[in-house]
Design a protein around this ligand. Structure first.
Ligand code: PLP
Length: 370
């Protein structure tokens, strides 16, 4: 049985009528940028995420960049973040003019360790940027305590974590400000690129709204520099559909994760992702660890089962961040994880039979000694 990593055709088919109606509404409105769909989506998203406000932007990367700028990050500042994340997290820090400083991970969650974050802070640190990796929330309370004690704002990279909960509350703006991505593979996906800044402080929200639109205060009057990072009406209309299905999609992901956990318990050499007591993951990715990861992936590929590695190269070892001077050995937990992790397919449209076939193949391959 072949199992893709995601199945966009099935996802679209499940809501095709709603998508066509949403897109037709925009076509008929004759209004394509910064209009009623975007405004409605921002209201609905903020409500769903327990945030005061949400500002739609063109990508998760720019949502992070704009959030960092809004809290006051400027050229030459440092931002403490994770070395094991999408490179876009670090690239957003660079785009905000700042320097990413990495902090090693809690091996149980592969999210930043609060102790490592505290050690990475210097007088130049102007923001903390933990990532809710794979949709499992970082342990926010100790991180927020560090942020408060040091007087440093905390921006949540919730790009993978739409609808995930920390101690019962939806993540994204628990620190006051955070970023979401609507890249199509995300749990809350668009039919193209998109992102949002979730924000509780009206002054920060106003700043992000200006900055995403070139810094315009009035038409053709730019009081300050900004970028062009507007969420268009087509994507906003699509995202209103996706948002209606987010909770059901996350619930189905939870069922599949439970099935994997049950079927893979005790598998030779395998470490399964553990949900911490404080967390309710949105199961964006189901990432297991295995010492013979590459052989496992090859065996699964032979059986038509797609897997990916999120992420094979930690940021401090990526060419894009070479100027930061990172070396192998700097972040041992992240480096070891990068050599052992593999993401198994998990998406709401996946059948139990597909998940059982993946688990059976994984068990069989893991039991091999070579
Ligand atoms: C953790 C994380 N941060 C940032 C991003 C960037 O989001 P986008 O691709 O929407 O720019 C992504 C997704 O690619 C991500 O997974």
């Amino acid at each position: 049985m072949s199992v893709p990593f995601v199945d966009f055709k099935a996802r679209v088919a499940a809501v095709r009528g709603e998508l066509v109606a949403a897109l037709a509404r925009v076509l008929d409105s004759g209004w394509f940028i910064l209009g009623p769909e975007g405004e409605a989506f921002e209201r609905e998203l903020a409500a769903a995420c327990g945030a005061e406000d949400a500002v739609g932007v063109a990508s998760g990367t720019e949502a992070i960049q704009l959030a960092l700028s809004a809290v006051g990050v400027r050229a030459g500042d440092e931002v403490v973040t994770s070395p094991l994340t999408a490179a876009f997290t670090g690239l957003a820090v660079l785009a905000a003019g700042a320097r990413p400083v990495f902090a090693d991970l809690d091996p149980a969650t592969l999210n930043v360790s609060p102790d490592a974050v505290a050690r990475a802070i210097t007088p130049r640190t102007k923001a903390l940027l933990p990532v809710h990796l794979y949709g499992h929330p970082a342990d926010l309370d100790p991180l927020l305590q560090i942020a408060r004690e040091r007087g440093i704002p905390l921006v949540e990279d919730a790009c993978q974590a739409a609808g995930a909960r920390y101690k019962g509350r939806v993540v994204g703006a628990l620190s006051g400000i955070g970023a979401l991505s609507f890249y199509p593979t995300k749990n809350l996906g668009a039919l193209g690129d998109g992102g949002a800044v979730l924000v509780n402080d009206p002054a920060f929200a106003a700043r992000v709204r200006r900055a995403r639109n070139g810094g315009q205060t009035d038409r053709y009057h730019h009081a300050e520099p900004g970028i062009n990072s507007r969420l268009d009406e087509m994507q906003a209309a699509v995202l209103r559909v996706s948002l209606r299905h987010l909770e059901a999609g996350n619930a189905r992901r939870r069922e599949l994760a439970a099935l994997y956990r049950r079927e893979l318990a005790g598998t030779d050499g395998m470490v399964l992702p553990a949900e911490q007591a404080y967390a309710r993951s949105n199961h964006h990715l189901f990432v297991v660890r295995h010492p013979r990861r590459d052989a496992l992936m090859a065996g699964l590929a032979e059986r038509g089962i797609a897997t990916l590695i999120h992420y094979p190269v930690p940021l401090h070892l990526q060419g894009a961040f070479a100027s930061l001077g990172g070396r192998r050995g700097d972040f041992p937990v992240a480096e070891r994880a990068a050599a052992e992790i593999v993401s198994l397919p998990l998406y709401p449209e996946m059948t139990d039979a597909q998940a059982l076939a993946v688990a059976a193949a994984v068990r069989e391959l893991a039991a091999r000694r070579t």
